[in-house]
Write a protein that binds this ligand. Structure first.
Ligand SMILES: *Cc1c(COP(=O)(O)O)cnc(C)c1O
Length: 395
């Protein structure tokens, strides 16, 4: 037997965390790493946050799971909180980001099909990442995710990101929706322009299409507002949220307006675990901390400081770095070559965790509650890492 017990779909590395303390992770061998990956934008309160930990402990002892066969005071309470703080009128809870996008796709199709229209096609954008289910890989043009899994699900059309004219030209008689990340995450931390997001909203209104936002990565305070769409002065019809939503507890949500959700009636969709009391307790604890202007202002100012430090620093290494982009504490550093080797170097030789992304970029996604001392330590480790880095010969 040569296959590993963990299905070998990830290239696992030698850093094997067993404990977390705030913005730090401690490996099996006792080594410590500054966690500016935060589980890929998940652990937004860091590790072992007392309020989140206590909420989960208390709920585990009270009631973890029942089923969506019964009434859900916990689900109603958190859905109400999302409705009060976002564009949405109604929420379906999932266990992951991909499922939140799946539900968004189904909601958009059902919106049209429930009124006798045969519109089903969804326009998505090149280098998008929407998850790993069959529908969500079909929603992305990235061939590396398709290979070996054909045929794809029908009904997706790919257009260049941030290309409004391209999006307009792609609209046809079967078009049902646009699906877009306001900031492409996996694709390289690329924020959509203001004109693009406003333009998609206008096109959707003009043609009777649903505007679906995938805020799985950029949502939940990460971009400096509770959800990123707020910064574009528009509202979606449907939105997928996950990653930071439970602060580390696996939970996602599909949010929709009343109009957009008109096809989602009894019996049309479901999930065994979705929105169980355990998940809702984690979400409530996260919301207690992040859903207020003081916390969000802190994220913006911390993001500004981190970005300024990064921008100043990368000037010292023009052969390695090109620039910084992103919003709030969702930042990407563009490199002159593929970023994966540099990310591994920072992790293995300097105790610093970041995340590689597409377009020669690495992601800087710290917990949202870091302070100035974490930024100082981060910049020290990054500087040491850049100074000791041997660029791959191929670059
Ligand atoms: C991570 C991610 C997903 C998928 O989330 P999973 O929880 O891994 O299923 C979908 N969309 C975006 C933008 C993401 O970053």
């Amino acid at each position: 037997m040569s296959i590993t017990p963990l299905m070998p779909v990830y290239p696992r590395c030698g850093f094997r965390p067993v404990r977390g303390e705030g913005a730090w992770l401690i490996s099996e061998d006792g080594s410590r790493a500054l966690d500016f990956a935060a589980g890929i934008a998940v652990n937004l309160l860091g590790h072992g946050h007392p309020h989140l930990t206590k909420a989960i402990q208390d709920q585990a002892a009270t009631l973890m799971h029942v089923s969506n066969l019964y009434g859900s005071p916990q689900g109603e309470a958190f859905a109400q909180r999302l409705v009060d703080t976002t564009f949405a009128d109604t929420v379906f809870f999932t266990n992951s980001g991909a499922e939140a996008v799946e539900c968004s796709i189904k909601t958009a199709r059902a919106y049209h099909q429930s009124q006798g229209s045969d519109r089903y096609e969804i326009i998505t954008f090149k280098n998008a990442f929407h998850g790993r289910t069959m529908a969500t890989i079909s929603a992305s043009n990235q061939e590396k995710m398709h290979k070996g899994f054909l045929p794809l699900l029908e009904g997706f059309k790919y257009v260049d990101f941030d290309d409004l004219e391209g999006a307009k030209a792609a609209i046809g008689p079967k078009t049902a929706a646009f699906l877009v990340e306001p900031i492409q995450g996996e694709g390289g931390v690329r924020p959509a322009s203001d004109a693009f997001m406003k333009g998609l909203r206008a096109l959707a209104d003009e043609h009777g299409l649903m505007l679906i936002l995938d805020e799985v990565q950029c949502g939940v305070a990460r971009s400096g507002t509770l959800y990123c769409y707020e910064q574009y002065g528009i509202e979606p019809d449907i939105m997928a949220s996950a990653k930071g939503l439970g602060g580390g507890f696996p939970v996602g949500a599909c949010l929709a307006t009343e109009k957009a959700a008109r096809g989602m009636v009894v019996g049309t969709h479901g999930s065994t675990y979705g929105g169980n009391p355990f998940a809702m307790a984690a979400c409530q604890a996260v919301w207690d901390v992040v859903a207020n202007e003081e916390f969000l202002a802190q994220v913006r100012s911390t993001g500004d400081k981190l970005r300024a430090a990064l921008e100043q620093f990368i000037g010292n290494y023009p052969d390695l770095f090109i620039g910084v982009r992103g919003k709030g504490l969702m930042l990407g550093v563009m490199m002159t070559h593929e970023a994966r080797a540099f990310v591994a170097h920072l992790r293995d030789n300097h105790g610093l965790l970041t995340v590689a992304a597409g377009d020669n970029t690495f992601r800087v996604l710290p917990p949202l509650n870091i302070d100035d001392s974490h930024i100082t330590t981060f910049m020290e480790k990054l500087s040491a890492g850049a100074a000791s880095y041997q660029m791959p010969a191929a670059a």
